[in-house]
Design a protein around this ligand. Sequence first.
Ligand SMILES: [Zn+2]
Length: 254
Amino acid sequence: MARMDVLTYGFAFVSDQGGFGFSNVSLLTVDNQRILVDTGPPSRRAEVFQALQSHDLNPDDIDLVVLTHLHWDHCLNVDMFKNARVLLHSREIDYIKSPTAKDYGAAFYVADMLDKLKIEPVSEGDTVVPGISIMETPGHTSGHISLVADVDGETVLVAGDALPDTGTVKRGIPYNVFWDVDDATESVEKMLDASSVFYPGHDRPFRVDGEEISYIDGPGRVELTDSNEGGEAIRLGYRVLQHRPVNINLLQKP
Ligand SMILES: [Zn+2]
C-alpha cells in the first residue's frame, strides 16, 4: 500500500500572456521507495524543493521519477533528482523528437535532455513497485501514461494531463488534445472505469461518485495581491490560500 503526498498542487492558471504551467507533483511512498510523479515547471523548482524538505527529504532521496508525458510543465525539473531512475513510455520519447506542430507544450530538444538521464521505458500494466502500476492514457500526447496506485486500500489514479481537471469528467475529454481525440476520450473512460479518486494534472485531487464530484484537499482560493501601480516593471502577484472556514454569523441564528 502506498502513501500519497501532493508536493505542489496543480493549477490551471492561464492568461492572455501565456500559461503558468503549474502541474501537480505527487510523492508516492511504498516501504522505503520514494516515487515522484511529474516534476513541475522550472518556475516552481524552489517550491518542489521546499515541499520535499517539509517531508525531511532531499531530491537525492527520490528513487524513481515517473513522467506522465514530456511537456515542459511536467518534466523540466527532472534533473533535480540525480539518483532517480526515470520511467516514461517509449512512444512519448519518439513523440518528443517530432511533436505535432501545434503542441505548444512540446520541444524537440527535450529529447537531448533524456540522453543524460537513467531512462526506463514502461508500458501498460507494468509494475512500478508493488501496489503501483502503469496505465497507458494516450491522447493528450502520444505516449502519455498515468499511475494506478493502492492508497489506503483505495485505488487512486494519478492522471497527469490525460485527466487534468474536474471539467474533464464532465466533458469526457481533456481541455488540451495534441495527439488524438478518440484516444483521449477512450483514456478518460478507461480511467473513470478504473478508479473514483483522481490526482489530476492541473487541479486539486477529487473524488467522483456518480454525478457528484468533490474535492478531497488542496487550496481552493486565489487572491490577487499586487498590480502595476509601482511605476516600474508590470508585476502581478497572487497568493494561493487554504480553504477559508465557512463564516457563519451565530447572531443570525435563532
Ligand atoms: Zn501536458
